[in-house]
Design a protein around this ligand. Structure first.
Ligand code: GLC
Length: 548
C-alpha cells in the first residue's frame, strides 16, 4: 500500500463532501449524516440509502487495491435516522429493564434494519456510566451503576453476533452480513465529568476511572467489539483524544484491543483553541496517542495533507500508520466486507417490521418504572379499568411521537410531531379503549375541559423536549413546558396517572407528588406507545427499576 492508500483508510468523511472520485482515488471510508435540517421534504428511506452507499462502495472497489469502504451511522436506538425504522427505547429505558437477553435481541434487530439501508457500521452502543443526570447525554447511558451498564453491553452480541466460546478477548468479531460493526463509546469517562458538563473533565483516581467507567469496556472486548470511539472529554485535564496512556498503553496494550479506535466528530479540531487552529499539531498528537481512524469529517484534504507531511517528516512513524491500517483492515475483513461489500435488498422488509415493533413494545413494557400507585395505602390506582364512560388524555407529550422518541431520531437533535411511523400515548389509549369509552384529548386542558364533564380518570403525559449532546446539558431538572402546573391543574380535579417522558430523572416536588394518583417514569420509549397501555391496564406487570 502507498502512504496515500494507507492514509485513505484512516480518513472518515461526511457524505455531503464525499465525491466518488475521491473515494476511488483516495480509497476513503465515509460516514453518513442527513443534512442537519433535512431540508428535503423527501423522507430518508432505507432503499434510497442502500443505492447511495452501494454507489460509493463501487467507487471504493474501483480503486487500485479494491479495498471496500465502511459506512457508519448513529443507530443508537434503532436505525433511527430513517423514516419507518423501528425506534426502540433509548439506553436509559433499556437500563431500567435490567434484561440482557432483551437488549441482545434488540441489537440483532437493529443490525438487520441498518444493513437493510446498506450501512455496515454503527456508532453504538454508548457504554457511558452517567454519574450526573445534568449531563445532556444521560439518556444514552444505560445507568449510573457500572454493573448495570456492564450487563447491558450484551447489545454488542446482538449488533455484531455472538462470538464463539473461546473467542480471544479484544479481537473484533462480526458474525456475518446480517450484523454490523459496533462501536463502544466514548472511551473513557464521558459520563463522569464535573457537574455533568458534556465534553468536560472527569476528575478521579485511576482506580475510580477503571472501576466505574472502564469496566464495561472489558465486557465489550470479551464480546469482540470491533471499534472504540474516543471521548471528547478529558481525564484530570488531559483530553482523551491525545491520551497515549489510556488509548494505547491501557486499551490496546494492557487490555489487548485489536480493533480500531475512531475519533469523535471533528474531535481533532477541538484539541486547539480557537477550534480547528494548529490542525497539523492536532493530527500529530491524536494519531501518535493511538487514534486509528479520524472522523474528520469535512476538511479531509487538509487532514490527508497534514498526516502525509507528518509521516514524511518522521514526526509520525510509519509503524504507527501501519498499526492503524492493520486494525482497520482487520475489522473490514472480519466484518465480511471483502465478501459482501454491497447491500442486501432482501433485508428491506425488516425495516419497521411487526416482529421488531413487538420487540420494541416488549422493551417499553419492561422499561416502565412505577413510582407511585394510589393515594391511600392498600388502595392501588393501577391497573386502570378499560370499560369506563369517559377519560381525559392530556399533556404536551400525550400525542407527540417525536417527543416520545427523543434525540437522535430522524434528526440529530430529534424533533416534534409525527416524524415517523409509530404509536403515540394517545393512539395507544384510543386503540385499547375503542369506541366503548369517550376519549377526550386536550394538550393543554383548561377550566372548560372540565366544565360539566365527569371523567373516570385522566392520563397526563409531560416531560422533556428532544435534545442531544451539549444541547441537553441542564442544571435545572424541573419538568419543562410547565409540566408541573399542567399536571396539577388536572390532578386537582380528576384521578390522574402522570406519565413522565424524559431522558433522565426530573424533580417532582412533594406538593405535586401528593396530588397525582399514580406516577410512571417512561423515559424515551420510542415508537411503540402500546407498551405503555399494556402495563397500565394490567395486561403485564410493572418490571422496570430506576437506572439512575
Ligand atoms: C457526535 C457524538 C458521537 C457520534 C458522532 C457521530 O458528536 O459525540 O456519539 O457517534 O458525533 O455522529
Amino acid at each position: 500500500m502507498t502512504l496515500q492508500e494507507k492514509i485513505g483508510q484512516m480518513t472518515q468523511i461526511e457524505l455531503c463532501v464525499a465525491t466518488f472520485s475521491d473515494v476511488r482515488d483516495l480509497s476513503i471510508v465515509t460516514k453518513y449524516l442527513l443534512p442537519p435540517n433535512d431540508s428535503t421534504s423527501k423522507k430518508a428511506m432505507p432503499s434510497d440509502w442502500a443505492d447511495k452507499v452501494d454507489r460509493f462502495q463501487q467507487a471504493a472497489l474501483d480503486s487500485r487495491l479494491r479495498i471496500p469502504l465502511i459506512y457508519g451511522i448513529d443507530a443508537v436506538h434503532g436505525n433511527n435516522r430513517f423514516y419507518g425504522a423501528t425506534i426502540f427505547p433509548h439506553n436509559i429505558g433499556l437500563g431500567a429493564t435490567r434484561d440482557a437477553d432483551l437488549v441482545q435481541r434488540i441489537g440483532a434487530a437493529v443490525a438487520l434494519e441498518v444493513r437493510a439501508s446498506g450501512i455496515h457500521f454503527s456508532f453504538a452502543p454508548c457504554v457511558a456510566v452517567c454519574r450526573d443526570p445534568r449531563w445532556g447525554r444521560c439518556y444514552e447511558s444505560f445507568s449510573e451503576d457500572t454493573n448495570i451498564v456492564r450487563k447491558m453491553t450484551s447489545i454488542i452480541s446482538g449488533l455484531q453476533g455472538q462470538p464463539p466460546v473461546g473467542h480471544p478477548k479484544g479481537y473484533p468479531f462480526v458474525a456475518g452480513r446480517y450484523n454490523v460493526i459496533a462501536c463502544a463509546k466514548h472511551f473513557v469517562g464521558d459520563g463522569g465529568t464535573e457537574k455533568g458538563i458534556n465534553e468536560g473533565n472527569t476528575i478521579s483516581s485511576y482506580n475510580d476511572l477503571e472501576t466505574i467507567h472502564m469496566a464495561p469496556y472489558l465486557d465489550c472486548l470479551y464480546q469482540g467489539v470491533s471499534t472504540v470511539m474516543a471521548s471528547y472529554s478529558s481525564w484530570n485535564g488531559c483530553k482523551l483524544h491525545v491520551h497515549h496512556f489510556l488509548l494505547t498503553e491501557i486499551l490496546k496494550d494492557k487490555l489487548g484491543f485489536k480493533g480500531f479506535v475512531i475519533s469523535d466528530w471533528k474531535a481533532l479540531d477541538r484539541l486547539s483553541e480557537p477550534r480547528g487552529s494548529n490542525y497539523r499539531h492536532c493530527v500529530y498528537t491524536a494519531i501518535n496517542a493511538g487514534i486509528d481512524m479520524v472522523m474528520v469529517p469535512l476538511r479531509y484534504k487538509q487532514f490527508i495533507e497534514d498526516l502525509t507531511s507528518l509521516v514524511e517528516s518522521g514526526e509520525i512513524q510509519m509503524s504507527r500508520i501501519d498499526d492503524a491500517v492493520e486494525r482497520i483492515l482487520r475489522v473490514k475483513y472480519v466484518a465480511g466486507l471483502f465478501e459482501y461489500p454491497f447491500s442486501d435488498r432482501s433485508l428491506l422488509d425488516t425495516v419497521g417490521c411487526k416482529l421488531h415493533r413487538e420487540l420494541a413494545r416488549e422493551a417499553v413494557r419492561k422499561s416502565l418504572v412505577l413510582l407511585k400507585n394510589g393515594k391511600n395505602p392498600g388502595k392501588a390506582f393501577l391497573p386502570l379499568e378499560k370499560n369506563v364512560k369517559r377519560v381525559l388524555i392530556a399533556g404536551t407529550h400525550a400525542d407527540n411521537l417525536g417527543y416520545q422518541c427523543g434525540g437522535w431520531t430522524r434528526y440529530w437533535q430529534g424533533s416534534s410531531g409525527r416524524i415517523t411511523i409509530g404509536t403515540t400515548i394517545l393512539d395507544a389509549f384510543r386503540e385499547v379503549m375503542g369506541d366503548k369509552t369517550e376519549v377526550i384529548y386536550e394538550k393543554y386542558p383548561s377550566p372548560d375541559t372540565f366544565a360539566g364533564q365527569n371523567f373516570s380518570f385522566a392520563i397526563v403525559a409531560v416531560g422533556e423536549e428532544p435534545y442531544a449532546e451539549s444541547a441537553g446539558d441542564n442544571s435545572e431538572l424541573i419538568i419543562p413546558l410547565n409540566g408541573s402546573e399542567l399536571l396539577s391543574s388536572v390532578a386537582d380535579r380528576i384521578p390522574t396517572l402522570a406519565i413522565l417522558i424524559s431522558g433522565r430523572p426530573l424533580v417532582i416536588e412533594p406538593w405535586l407528588l401528593e396530588k397525582v394518583d399514580a406516577l410512571v417514569a417512561a423515559w424515551l420509549p420510542g415508537t411503540e406507545g402500546r407498551g405503555i397501555t399494556d402495563v397500565v391496564f394490567g395486561d403485564y406487570e410493572f418490571e422496570g427499576q430506576l437506572p439512575i
